[in-house]
Design a protein around this ligand. Structure first.
Ligand SMILES: [Zn+2]
Length: 398
């Protein structure tokens, strides 16, 4: 037996035992020198578990999808134009098949763009579509912006907008000279009248701040979202002058604290990797809520903590998917039948180890999820009652 054969025999004998695992951070040595290893990008393992696979075609109760993108505006461009990403004719049949009673198209633009979005989605079907408005970021540096922006919220409300959507643009992209200069902070005082106006008009603020924690770390072999960041290097906030996740989260909390009469819904669970932190936010601020959009991958890999979270905060969580029609870049968000079925399976069943997105490889990180099997009393609140309350809808849907 030569040295290599001896090592191979040893590795085979230890395979599966804890002692054969490499020390943390040190990759296992390649003992098979006859073949080059498979590239990570080509690895698509199929689970051999024989476990229950429940198809949930319809939700237990009607659903309000509080977080979707049926239209889109390049908010930093400053033009009031808005692009419709689908037609009601395409969207409504999916909603009907999957029991989605109402959809919020959050990115409803600003100025005339909001009017267009309302005319296109909400006016013809006010029973099915809700449009939110967005801040007019390109005017942030103008003198008089604070009042202008508050007035714009009032105008949008008069046009029919039911809420305000704030993208992660605030905190991560918007700069003093729009695309140049220092980043504008989430708790910049110029937005104070805007938050107040939204609260006074009963418009909830759907606010996305920061991003997955891994996006703030180097894109290297320790990064749990390595493949996602490799595919989208522009999603990384690791270097340059970006604030840390912690700074962004604290800035958002200062806004929430300063405007207690305004309801803030933290998009994407706020920080789905750290439910203790999110719990502390919800405990401290009764005007804070969360949506679960695009984060069942995070919630579903910590099913016990997630279930406790849903139990404790059952009045503060709203259903959302972050659905984007034709969103091939983001498989976890492609609007369609499959997307909703995965969410319903996650919330309603106790199925184990299934994909959180319709994709050959889990797109946000290589893991699978576990269903929460929530009771009806919680499902009813999360599916529509909490959202209806925030939106001021009179919904008695069972
Ligand atoms: Zn979104």
């Amino acid at each position: 037996m030569n040295r290599r054969q001896w090592f191979q025999a040893l590795a085979a004998a230890l395979a599966g035992s804890a002692t054969s695992r490499a020390q943390k951070g040190r990759p296992l040595a390649n003992t098979n020198l006859s073949k080059p290893p498979l590239l990570l990008a080509d690895f698509q393992p199929r689970s051999m578990l024989r476990v229950k696979r429940t198809k949930v075609a319809k939700p237990r109760f009607p659903v309000i999808d509080f977080h979707a993108h049926l239209c889109w505006t390049d908010v930093l461009k400053g033009e009031e134009t808005i692009e419709m990403l689908a037609t009601p004719k395409e969207v409504l049949p999916v909603m009907d098949r999957r029991g989605v009673r109402m959809m919020v198209t959050a990115t409803g633009g600003f100025g005339k763009g909001t009017q267009q979005a309302i005319d296109y989605w909400q006016k013809p079907r006010p029973d099915r579509f809700i449009v939110f408005t967005e801040p007019w970021y390109a005017k942030t540096a103008d003198p008089g912006y604070p009042k202008f922006q508050a007035d714009e919220i009032e105008k949008a409300h008069a046009r029919g907008a039911k809420g305000l959507k704030v993208l992660k643009t605030l905190g991560l992209f918007l700069r003093e000279r729009i695309k140049e200069g220092p980043l504008v902070k989430v708790d910049d005082r110029r937005f104070d009248p805007m938050w107040e106006a939204a609260g006074a008009l009963g418009m909830p603020v759907l606010i996305h701040t920061s991003d997955p924690v891994a996006f703030f770390l180097p894109t290297n072999r320790f990064n749990e979202r390595y493949e996602e960041l490799y595919r989208h290097p522009d999603w990384s906030f690791h270097d340059r002058d970006f604030p840390s996740d912690e700074e962004l989260q604290q800035a958002r909390l200062r806004v929430v604290a300063r405007h207690p009469k305004t309801n803030f819904v933290f998009a994407h669970v706020g920080k789905a990797e750290d439910l203790d932190f999110v719990s502390s936010c919800l405990d401290r601020y009764p005007n804070a809520y969360v949506d679960i959009a695009a984060r069942i991958g995070e919630l579903g890999r910590q099913p016990r903590a997630a279930k406790r979270f849903f139990d404790k905060y059952q009045d503060r969580i709203v259903f959302g998917t972050d659905a984007v029609p034709h969103g091939i870049e983001v498989p976890q968000q492609i609007f369609g039948d499959e997307l909703y079925q995965i969410y319903y399976r996650f919330l309603e069943t106790e199925d184990e180890y299934f994909d959180y997105a319709p994709a050959p490889v889990p797109p946000q990180g290589r893991w699978c999820i576990y269903g929460l099997g929530l009771p009806e009393s919680i499902l009813r609140k999360v599916y529509y009652q909490n959202a209806a309350r925030l939106l001021g809808l009179d919904a008695n849907w069972g």
